[in-house]
Design a protein around this ligand. Structure first.
Ligand code: CMC
Length: 429
């Protein structure tokens, strides 16, 4: 059987044969090229058929070999490795290397990569001054977005996006500096002196030190919490063509430098329907306040008053595999930190929702944001920092996808079409 699609245009009676394309495995997706639709015309001077797809619900914007999600079966893999295996056996920086380079590092590659990241974690003192310009109650995510964009002015060579060596250097800088900027945003808000990076610590250990170090000469992170944060970072590192990544690819497609492109991606992530949902979950649990009030809250969700935050996903129509790992991890973290009272409300919310036809029929399950906030809060992070904690590891995915986009000969500047619905030409008189 030929790999084609036969389309008959009933306006003209004409038939067209469109080639079908596959990725590596046919069962992981097949597509037609939208541009082939352009040949389908109602008349000689017709522009040709467009594909109408608001929110890109059924549009493959790229070919990608980074992350595979099977939303029906709840599967997530980076470069072919199941997320569960990576979370158990590797560190965040090893997984970051895998996502960026396609293979897990050997010992020497890992040591070089870790040392590169460690050596780029400082930020220019002027950046620190820049951050001091924010109002005392500025949201740390707004500070992160603006400060990452400001880095662009410190590294003007980064505009040379077609040079792989220049790109590699900016990738190291961004991966290394995101935790520093994030922690400085927090310390600036609470009025604590900045805690500078500690090169002896791991990526997540150092982040905890920059966040929480007080007067002790040396901050020593609890190894179990450091590992928990590492796993959280692994789970958030990439998620194929989500809203933030789409922003990264779209802005990057104009050959804007990676700092402003990451700022755009982080801005997209900030929204409550995306990475800002973890913050909203905690606010929601606080508002519910007690397990007894869960049924009443769920009724209001069903009535359309608001959405259940941390529930639902464009791709997962099954339990989000990241949420499964986090649900298990919550107990381990609470053994060290003491139980977050919000957990009982979350468990009850999940139980009731998963039994309710409204959620079952729409295939709405807990997503990664449902349990992450409860864990972050138990670890001592303030609620406003939750989206920032998402942005730090997701920087890996953004940069890997950006690189892939720049190296892909199929890619062009992102420029969708529209179906015009306004007035036809008219005269002001
Ligand atoms: N609570 C109640 N109803 C919901 C929810 C929810 N959380 N999510 C979707 N629905 C309903 C929605 O009202 C619609 O119902 P109907 O068919 O009756 O109109 C149906 O389910 C389909 O929803 P949709 O908005 O068309 O689905 P989408 O794929 O466009 O949206 C989503 C996906 C994640 C934006 C959405 O599920 C949502 O807003 N969830 C809450 C926010 C959230 O937790 N976001 C984090 C996503 S995971 C991490 C990340 O990638 O950032």
């Amino acid at each position: 059987m030929p790999d084609t699609l036969t389309v008959t245009d009933n306006r003209t009676g004409q038939t067209y044969e469109l080639p079908i394309q596959y990725g590596t495995y046919p069962e992981y997706g097949a597509a037609i090229r939208c541009l082939d639709l352009r040949n389908i015309k109602a008349s000689e001077d017709d522009f040709g058929l467009l594909a109408y797809d608001p929110g890109f619900t059924n549009t493959a914007s790229c070919k990608s070999s980074i992350t595979h999600i099977d939303g029906e079966r709840g599967i997530l893999r980076y470069r072919g490795y199941p997320i569960q295996d990576l979370a158990e056996e590797y560190t965040f920086l090893e997984v970051a290397y895998l996502i960026l380079n396609g293979e897990l590092p050997d010992d020497s590659q890992r040591d070089t990569w870790v040392s590169h990241i460690t050596n780029h974690s400082m930020i220019h003192e002027k950046i620190k001054k820049f951050m001091e310009g924010f109002k005392y109650d500025a949201h740390p995510m707004g500070m992160l977005v603006s400060t990452v964009a400001a880095l662009s002015t410190f590294y003007p060579e980064s505009r040379n996006v077609t040079d792989p060596a220049v790109r590699a250097l900016q990738i190291r800088r961004l991966v290394a500096k995101m935790p520093t900027i994030a922690a400085f945003a927090y310390r600036s808000n609470v009025g604590f002196p900045y805690s500078y990076p500690d090169n002896e610590l791991s990526y997540t250990g150092n982040f905890l030190s920059m966040m929480f170090k007080m007067t002790e000469p040396r901050y020593r992170p609890d190894p179990a919490l450091e590992k928990a944060l590492d796993v959280l970072f692994i789970l958030h590192a990439d998620h194929e063509q989500n809203c933030g990544t789409n922003a990264m690819r779209s802005v990057g497609s104009s050959h804007a430098d990676p700092y402003v492109s990451v700022a755009a991606a982080a801005a997209a992530l900030y929204g409550p329907r995306h990475g800002g949902a973890n913050e909203q979950v905690l606010r929601m649990l606080n508002e519910i306040g007690h397990v007894d009030r869960v049924p009443q809250y769920v009724e209001r969700v069903k009535a359309g008053d608001f959405r259940l935050m941390g529930f639902g996903h464009r791709v997962y129509k099954n339990y989000d595999p990241r949420a499964k790992i986090l649900k298990r991890m919550a107990d381990q973290v609470f053994e060290l930190t003491g139980k977050n009272p919000m957990l009982d409300i979350a468990l009850e919310l999940e139980r009731i929702a998963l039994e309710d036809d409204y959620f079952v029929s729409r295939k709405l399950y807990p997503n990664v944001d449902f349990y992450s906030g409860i864990i972050y809060q138990a670890m001592g992070f303030p609620v406003e920092m939750f989206p920032v904690l998402f942005a730090i590891p997701r920087t890996i995915g953004w940069l890997a996808q950006w690189q892939e986009m720049l190296e892909d000969p199929d890619q062009r500047i992102a420029r969708p079409r529209q179906i015009y619905t306004g007035e036809d030409e008219r005269s002001p008189g």
